[in-house]
Ligand binder design. Structure first.
Ligand code: NAD
Length: 300
């Protein structure tokens, strides 16, 4: 049974912890915040199994120093990540793999100062981490093939779909795609082409319904690459190419409009809207089951 340590009991740490508990691993969760730990303890229980919750890694008993993998899921601030990586190196043995859930920091920036960067690898889970199947794997230049293979084996054995990147690039695959899409969404709103609701409608009912079943590359093959080229030739010059975050986004954040967590974002988040979204999120396993069926059919 794999022994897993998760550092950081926030949104992602809780999801990663639930995933490994559900798949029969022994899990310890570390967070200096008593409030975060209390919430995590309540939220991570899986079929009677629960994570060992502690404030600092040195609170773990000696046997945990030989944990198979330590996943860090602390805030996306390089200085915090580096300090946590240094503590992990001190507290865990040399065979323990050190994995980071960064959303897009470069491996070389994160491993600067590490004594053993060869056992470091990025494993980027998606929220909710216990449900979304894909995990992006980004080895650094020093990471050994053995570490990459071991972490992929653990993820696949516990039901995840590991996607290994061949180069260290900020944002990896998913966040690059997501931000390209969102840059264009902000542009369409700024130009008065459509409001947020209309953009969501088209994205969900035109692109979204297909994307769970057929990826964009396969879909282009279905459409015809000659047609794609004809469109690309006149459209690219018209797409948004700004290099800084949209003013509208900066203004919304400055006004405290952070989305669900603050009660207001593009949409208003009252109790009714929150309740609706919980119902919608509960549909996620059905969408994943459909994606699995499509994949199985494709492989037949
Ligand atoms: N939220 C998402 O949708 C999402 C998705 C993918 C990846 N990520 C990445 O996952 C990481 C965590 O994000 P999150 O959304 O879970 O953040 P979060 O703010 O919800 O949780 C971070 C947790 O880390 C704890 N923490 C702070 N300093 C610590 C330390 N020194 N040692 C241990 N714990 C410490 C905090 O108390 C908090 O509980 C980030 O790198 C983020 O970019 C987030």
């Amino acid at each position: 049974m794999a022994r897993i340590v998760v550092i950081g009991a926030g949104v992602m740490g809780i999801g990663i912890c639930k995933h490994f508990l559900r798949n029969g691993c022994q899990v310890a969760l570390v967070d200096p915040s008593p409030v975060a730990l209390k919430k995590a303890k309540e939220n991570t229980k899986q079929d009677g199994k629960e994570a060992l919750c502690v404030r600092v890694p040195s609170d773990l008993r000696k046997e945990w120093s030989a944990a198979d993998v330590v996943f860090e899921a602390v805030p996306e601030v390089l200085s915090i990540k580096r300090s946590v990586l240094s503590t992990i190196e001190e507290c865990f043995g040399e065979t323990t793999i050190i994995a980071s859930n960064t959303s897009g920091l470069k491996t070389t920036d994160m491993t600067e100062g590490m004594h053993h960067p060869e056992r470091f690898v990025i494993t980027h889970f998606f929220n909710p981490a216990d449900l979304i199947p894909a995990v992006e794997i980004v080895p650094g230049p020093a990471t050994t093939e053995q570490v990459v293979a071991q972490v992929i084996r653990l993820l696949e054995r516990t039901g995840k779909k590991a996607a290994r990147l061949q180069a260290d690039i900020p944002g990896f695959i998913a966040n690059r795609l997501q931000h390209a899409l969102l840059r264009e969404c902000f542009y369409l709103i700024e130009k008065g082409v459509a409001d947020a609701e209309t953009i969501d409608l088209v994205t969900r009912y035109a692109l979204g319904v297909r994307l769970a079943l057929i990826g964009p590359m396969l879909q282009r093959d279905l459409n015809g690459l000659d047609t794609h080229l004809n469109i690309a030739r006149y459209l690219y010059a018209d797409l948004d190419r700004r290099e800084t975050a949209p003013d509208a986004l900066v203004d919304m954040v400055a006004a405290g409009h952070l989305g669900r967590k603050s009660g207001q974002g593009f949409f208003k988040w009252d109790a009714t809207q929150n309740g609706r979204l919980e119902e919608i999120e509960a549909l996620l396993p059905e969408v994943i089951a459909l994606a699995d069926r499509a994949q199985a059919t494709e492989e037949e």
